[in-house]
Design a protein around this ligand. Structure first.
Ligand code: NAD
Length: 267
């Protein structure tokens, strides 16, 4: 006798993204790379968007080896035109854009506010805030004009939730990403677009390696010990949250701010 079917309210919504199209910025490295691979593993075809197009080649090959389609789009997210072109190229290839993950970002500097300068301020804000602004506007424009709407997950930081002892401008840029995301979520929820944010802290990526190397008092001997979990997060752990927020199971997640940070902001 076959097992009884699970009652309706005991069935988890699907995490199968087969037939869906994901658009991931910062896809050449770290969290963006892991997110692109996670979407492909879940069945999606993926547009790999990064200012360093050639660095996306290995990710492209990995996704094709999984049997999914992928497209490399060299694009600086600080420029509105190329971002619109990247969305247009994605839609030209697959006909739609279901899930966007905006992970492209820069770390700013590890030094006190009075030692930061205008050029650093402009660069940090330009990539981390203007970049997300450009991406959301191009992605939402497409999502509003297709059946089914879409999901956008922006990558902020624990530095977008609490003060940053080492990098005020970076912290300000990530607070801005949280604010932009929440406001966009409110404005477009009824039109079928969900916008959410993940806030990682201390993730094992090239960015984290650069930050640790820049500490003025030398690299901490055990950087991971600063986190309640006792270690850094992996890029895959952040990608997992992004994919969940993009899935039907997160249908009621609207403007939510998900800390995945080894406990950093729980203190
Ligand atoms: N690694 C961490 O500890 C950590 C913690 C909190 C938040 N974050 C955030 O996560 C995101 C990803 O960081 P990561 O650690 O994977 O960094 P990373 O440096 O490994 O990767 C960032 C990617 O973004 C791309 N990029 C940078 N500027 C760009 C631009 N103008 N246009 C297009 N692409 C651009 C880079 O080429 C790179 O491939 C960033 O927004 C970062 O602020 C990271």
């Amino acid at each position: 006798m076959s097992a009884a079917a699970a009652p309706f309210d005991a069935v988890l919504p699907s995490m199968d993204f087969t037939g869906q199209v994901a658009f991931v910025t910062g896809a050449a490295s770290g969290i963006g790379r892991a997110t692109a691979l996670a979407f492909a593993a879940a069945g999606a075809d993926v547009a790999l968007v990064d200012r360093d197009g050639p660095a996306c080649t290995p990710v492209h090959a990995q996704i094709r080896a999984m049997g999914r389609d992928a497209l490399v789009l060299a694009c600086d997210v600080t420029q509105a035109g190329p971002v619109r072109d990247a969305v247009a190229a994605t839609v030209a290839r697959w006909g739609r854009l279901d899930c966007a993950a905006n992970a492209a970002g820069v770390e700013g500097a590890t030094r006190p506010l009075l030692e930061e300068d205008d050029a650093l301020y402009d660069r940090t804000m330009d990539v981390n805030v203007r970049g997300v602004w450009h991406c959301m506007r191009a992605q939402m424009t497409q999502m509003l004009h297709q059946p089914g709407g879409g999901s956008i997950v922006n990558v902020a930081s624990g530095a977008g939730l609490v003060g940053s002892a080492r990098s005020a401008v970076y912290g300000a840029s990530k607070h801005a990403v949280v604010g932009l995301s929440r406001s966009a979520a409110l404005q477009y929820a009824r039109q079928g677009i969900r916008v959410n944010v993940v806030c990682p802290s201390g993730v094992q990526t090239p960015m984290a390696e650069r930050i640790i190397a820049s500490f003025p008092d030398g690299p901490p001997s055990a950087a991971g010990a600063r986190y309640p979990l006792g270690r850094y997060s992996t890029p895959q752990e952040i990608a997992s949250g992004i994919v969940w927020l993009s899935s039907p199971g997160a249908a009621s997640a609207i403007g939510s701010v998900l800390a995945i940070d080894a406990g950093f902001t729980a203190a």
